[in-house]
Each structure stands twice: as structure tokens, then as C-alpha cells.
Design a protein around this ligand. Structure first.
Ligand code: CMP
Length: 135
């Protein structure tokens, strides 16, 4: 079943000039880009996006990180896109993520892990509405 998912190529990936590398992996898999935008995220938007994490110990540095520079927000579409994108991204902690995944190949961090992707259809609908309200 075709699904849409919200993907963020985070500021660490932009700073490290890995946008093309990351995007190529999604495109080669066969996912379609429905929307894509390089932008700064402000603290209000970060708090909305990470609403389930705002009370966690790791949230203040996470917010500082996601607002630290431009990121690439996008909506990807395809068959089972939510699960497929999460598999391509790998485990949250780049140190534990499997080789061959984006995080496994390029991240040594639990925070600066290059990409975010929606984890369920409900999250995808909520997150797409935050970043691309006109879709
Ligand atoms: P993401 O998939 O965007 O979802 C929540 C983010 O919080 C996660 O990627 C990491 O960037 C960050 N994160 C999750 N757990 C931790 C942690 N234990 N320490 C630091 N950052 C974390």
C-alpha cells in the first residue's frame, strides 16, 4: 500500500555535505519525492515536531542541534514507505546501526544521526502537517 512519510535530513548531514548521498539512497530504492525544502527550523517547530520528547533529558541538546542550521525536510512516497525508510535509516544510535544503513555508514552519535523519519501512519500525518501544511 502506498504511504507517505516525513523525512528530515538533519543539520549534521547538511554541514557534512551528505544531502546528495542520503537522498540518492531513497531515490535508488524507488521512493518518490513529493515535497522537499531546505529550511531553518525554529524552536517552536522543533517542540511541535518532537512533542513526545520535550520532557526527556536529551531534548534540550536535541533542540539546539535541530535548530543549529538548515535541514532538508521532505515527504517521500511509496509502497510501505514508513517502514522502508526506517530500514534504510537504521537504528537511532549510529554506533549501533547496521552497516549499509545511512546511520550505520555515516553516524557515530545517538543525537547527530543524520536523518529523521516518521515511525507510524499517525506520526507521518502529524509531522507532514507541521512541515508541509499545504499537502
Ligand atoms: P529521531 O529519529 O529524529 O527521533 C528523536 C531524536 O532524538 C533521535 O532521532 C535522535 O536524534 C535523538 N535521540 C534519541 N535518543 C537520544 C539519546 N538517548 N540521546 C541523545 N539524542 C537522542
Amino acid at each position: 500500500m502506498s504511504e507517505r512519510t516525513l523525512v528530515l535530513i538533519k543539520p549534521d548531514a547538511v554541514r557534512r555535505s551528505l544531502v546528495g548521498e542520503v537522498l540518492a539512497r531513497f531515490e535508488r530504492k524507488g521512493l518518490s519525492i513529493v515535497a522537499m525544502d531546505l529550511r531553518m527550523v525554529d524552536e517552536v517547530t522543533a517542540d511541535r515536531h518532537y512533542a513526545e520528547h520535550v520532557d526527556r533529558d536529551f531534548y534540550p541538546p536535541l533542540r539546539a542541534f535541530v535548530t543549529s542550521g538548515p535541514l532538508v525536510a521532505m515527504v517521500l512516497e511509496g509502497d510501505q514507505a514508513i517502514a522502508v525508510v526506517r530500514a534504510i535509516n537504521g537504528a537511532t544510535d549510529g554506533r549501533a546501526a547496521a552497516a549499509g544503513t545511512i546511520r550505520g555508514d555515516f553516524s557515530l552519535s545517538n543525537r547527530e544521526n543524520l536523518v529523521h523519519a516518521s515511525d507510524s501512519p499517525e506520526s507521518a500525518a502529524r509531522e507532514i502537517a507541521i512541515f508541509f501544511p499545504d499537502l
